[in-house]
Design a protein around this ligand. Sequence first.
Ligand code: GAL
Length: 442
Amino acid sequence: MAQATFHFPREFLWGTATSSHQVEGNNINNNWWAWEHQPGKIVHGQKSGLACDWWSGRWQEDFDRAAAAGQNAHRLSIEWSRVQPAPDRWDEYALDYYREILRGLQERNMTPMITLHHFTDPLWVSERGGWEQEDTIALFESYVSKVVDALKEYVTLWVTINEPNVLATMGYAFGDFPPGKKDLAATVRVVTHLLHAHATAYAAIHKIQPQARVGIALNYRGFQPAKPWFPPDRFVARLQSRIYNDLFPRALMDGVLRFPFIRKRLPQAKATQDFFGLNYYTQDQVAFNLLKAKEFFGRRFYEHQAELSDNGFIANQPKGMFDSIKWGLQFQVPIIITENGIEDADDHLRPKYIAQHIHQVWRAVNYNWPVKGYFHWTLVDNFEWERGWTQRFGLWELDLETLARHKRPSADLYAAICRENGLSSDMVAKYAPDLLEIMFPD
Ligand code: GAL
């Protein structure tokens, strides 16, 4: 076995990612809180409740953990419903508190990346029709301007909208997120409005802060033809990737939204990303299937031999990490891995998943591809949307009764990587020995 270290470039960002509703607790004024309180929407009727209790101050101990573990960055989101609890009211206390949180990062020498919209809308926005309404774009713009003006002293790295593709499909096509619709026309409208909202926010942010770096975070899914030699499988895999992966970021490049049968021009969206935020978790196999009309005739499943996460939600497919970065090069801006992680309560698979995915990021860096950072999802177990608390993505485990945090072995592996700015054979020998011969052959 060779002794070696895969090093990353200087100033590479190493952090974890979180979002307001998933960690703050008591976000009672948004559409997700309302959704959680409707029967049958969340697994076992679970609720976000106090979440990780950040709004009462526990962000401090969690930032201490992250900083002590060598992380030099953190991605978090601002909760629109806190900043603007009613259409005609800004909550200056909430903005002050976000400033305090950002000072907390600054004191710990961690670079903040701020997401302005991570799935949740204020109740008053969703009650007037949410993202189906065109004027939500202007509402979002004024919220963004308010926040950026308030936080510009601390932040230059902004994600406008987290996973617009997930928000649109889960909320309006599959119905698993609020508002729970299954309506293709509404989905198309929402995608268009989200794109437009991003473009407007992009301009607004740059007006306030010319040196800002602004992008989105896209959920990329790998789609592999189940039988690569079978043209119909190749066709449906490509089609799914076009719709799910390409639609949004390509429009940010050239201002054209390419739906399967419709094209929409949105010239204001052209060239509105300064970096590309890539959330990569897993990859599907796709087989042509006439019964799957709603999924564009592609049946999706995980490769049979793949290692699966606790609930079978994620298959460990590290090569897809490399493929997604390669695919992301077409947007011709720096790439930041804004999320990557796995649900794994007893941490039997996560160390391996981390080592393998970071190894793939390193391969990309070694082609001189412009990957600038990696944010692991997530720091401490948090509220996983319609899956409630059944999925544990944290480097630290959260005890839901006491809110105590317990470190998982992965936290130590990730800390070693962050401190070394690299992944070494010693780390792999200690935390994921099965990989040693494969990753560091003689
Ligand atoms: C992403 C989402 C995160 C987190 C993660 C793990 O799609 O942006 O909020 O929930 O998945 O499920």
